[in-house]
Structures are given as structure tokens and as C-alpha cells.
Design a protein around this ligand. Structure first.
Ligand code: BV8
Length: 222
């Protein structure tokens, strides 16, 4: 059976990483949608870099939880494609062999000019130079609102092929991820949602198991 899993901020909540909804979408009195955009980075790069430095430090201090570890076990016995909206590396640190980060990763920097990617330092500065082209055009390797998500061809193919699509800890508010269940369902997949409460796209799912991911994901996997 081919399984495609999509995770959101909720799977990392019990590792201590704030979700977007629980943090009431604010950071330093800015709406997250106003910080996580190319316009915000152009307007005030220092503010945006501080936002990601803080998130990078929080992710580094966090530990994978039972839900991340259960998905790593699932990969050992099933044809699994794991897609995450999250930018932390808790899936990798839990042992998942292949994680598709559609919204980028906190631990990577990239060059807006030449596209080069490299491991991000703990804190990034506006004056950082690209190690490949030496231009001062570095930025976090994060997909901001209004930007095109990464690995979309591979993701659409995995949704097309899935026999089972499982969304874990995502509110279903951000596209294109919020449309994945509908896409998989239209291609014959059974769609299951594991969440604390029903998501905004609840109508796209055949089944739902509510509860904390550290209980529902191991129960489902094992
Ligand atoms: C795109 C990286 C085209 C940053 C993120 C106007 C202008 C431009 C674009 C748009 C526009 N209007 C709409 C759009 C599209 C836009 C969008 O959807 N906007 C929303 C606000 C309406 N999308 C985009 O711009 C995307 N790009 O559309 O390009 C395109 C499309 C298709 C193909 C090609 C091109 C890019 C969006 C990416 C933005 N970047 N992340 C960062 O992380 O800082 S999005 C960010 O927010 C997260 O990555 C995540 O995706 C999203 C938050 O969602 P969730 O993960 O679901 O988190 P949330 O807090 O909302 O929910 C948590 C859930 O967990 C809840 O259900 C809760 O109940 C549950 N939970 C809590 N605790 C637990 C739990 N569950 C289990 N156990 C627990 N313990």
C-alpha cells in the first residue's frame, strides 16, 4: 500500500514548538503572515532574520516526539512519502529517511541571486555573502507566503499514486497543502486526518481521529 503523509505544525507542538494558530499568529506584535513574506524581508530584513534565528534556536533545542518517531518506524515497513509543511528538522532527527520540506528548512540558507544552498548558521546577518557567488544576497531557505513551494512535482505525483493519504497536525488553512486531501481523494486515495480538532478542509477526509499526535500517530502506526 502506498502511503503519503502530510505533517503540519501540530506534530511538533508536543516537542514545544509553537504552532501558528496557538501562537495567535503573532510575533513581536507582527502577524506571522506579515513577517513570512518576501516583502517583509525586503522592507526589514533584520526583523525577518531575527524571526528565523529565534525559530532555528527553538527547533535546535527541541526533541523529536513519539509522533515523529512513529512515522520513522512506518517508513521502515511501508512505501511512504513524507511531506512536511514544517521547517524544523524533527522528522530527520527522529530517523525518517526521506523528508520532503515543501516550505523549506530552518537549517538551510540560500542565495537569492544564484540559488546556492548551504547549512544555515545559528544566526544570519543581512551582510552575509553567498559562499558560491560572493554576492550579499543570502536569505533563509524558507518558502514565504506568495512564493512557490518546493518539490511540488514530486508531491503531486505522490498524491496521485497514494492508496492512503494522512494529514497530521495541520489546520488546512494554507494552500496548496490544504488542497492535498482533495487531490489525493479524487485519485482514489482513502483520506485520514489525525488532528486535535477538525481542520478547515475536514470535508475532504473520509475519517478523522482526534487527539494529541503523540497518542494518535503511534496508535495508528503500530
Ligand atoms: C503559493 C514557512 C502558488 C514559513 C509557510 C495572496 C497572496 C499570495 C498567496 C496567497 C494569497 N492568498 C492565498 C494565497 C496562497 C497562500 C495561502 O494559502 N495563504 C493563506 C494564509 C490563505 N499560499 C502561499 O502563498 C503558498 N504559495 O500558493 O504559491 C503556488 C501554488 C501551488 C503550486 C505552485 C505555486 C506558500 C505558502 C507557504 C507559507 N510558508 N511556512 C514559516 O514556517 O515561517 S506556511 C506556515 O503556515 C506553515 O508552514 C504551515 O504551512 C502554515 C501553518 O499551518 P499548520 O502547519 O497547519 O499550522 P497551524 O498552526 O495552522 O495548525 C496546527 C494544527 O495542529 C491545528 O489543526 C491544531 O489543532 C493541531 N494541533 C495542535 N497541537 C496538536 C495538534 N495536532 C495534534 N497534536 C497536537 N498536540
Amino acid at each position: 500500500m502506498r502511503i503519503t503523509v502530510l505533517t503540519g505544525a501540530g506534530i511538533s507542538a508536543e516537542s514545544g514548538l509553537a504552532t501558528f494558530r496557538a501562537s495567535d499568529g503573532l510575533w513581536e506584535q507582527h502577524r506571522i503572515e506579515d513577517v513570512a513574506t518576501p516583502e517583509a524581508f525586503a522592507r526589514d530584513p533584520g526583523l525577518v532574520l531575527r524571526f528565523y534565528d529565534m525559530r532555528r534556536a527553538a527547533a535546535a533545542a527541541a526533541q523529536p516526539n513519539a509522533a515523529h518517531k512513529a512515522l520513522a518506524r512506518l517508513a521502515a515497513h511501508h512505501d511512504l512519502t513524507l511531506v512536511t509543511q514544517n521547517v524544523d528538522d524533527l522528522h530527520e532527527r527522529a530517523g525518517s529517511p526521506r523528508v520532503i520540506h515543501m516550505h523549506g528548512a530552518l537549517n538551510r540558507a540560500c542565495c537569492a541571486a544564484c540559488g546556492h544552498r548551504w547549512p544555515a548558521p545559528a544566526t544570519m546577518a543581512v551582510t552575509d555573502f553567498c559562499p558560491a557567488c560572493s554576492r550579499p544576497t543570502t536569505r533563509p531557505d524558507i518558502v514565504w507566503f506568495g512564493e512557490i513551494p518546493q518539490h511540488m512535482e514530486e508531491i503531486w505525483a505522490a498524491l496521485q499514486d497514494a492508496d492512503l493519504f494522512v494529514a497530521i497536525g495541520t489546520s488546512g488553512n494554507v494552500y496548496p497543502a490544504a488542497g492535498f486531501a482533495q487531490h489525493a481523494g479524487r485519485n482514489g486515495a482513502d483520506c485520514l486526518e489525525l488532528n486535535m480538532d477538525a481542520s478547515s478542509n475536514a470535508r475532504d477526509f473520509d475519517r478523522r481521529i482526534l487527539g494529541p499526535a503523540t497518542r494518535t500517530v503511534p496508535d495508528w502506526v503500530d
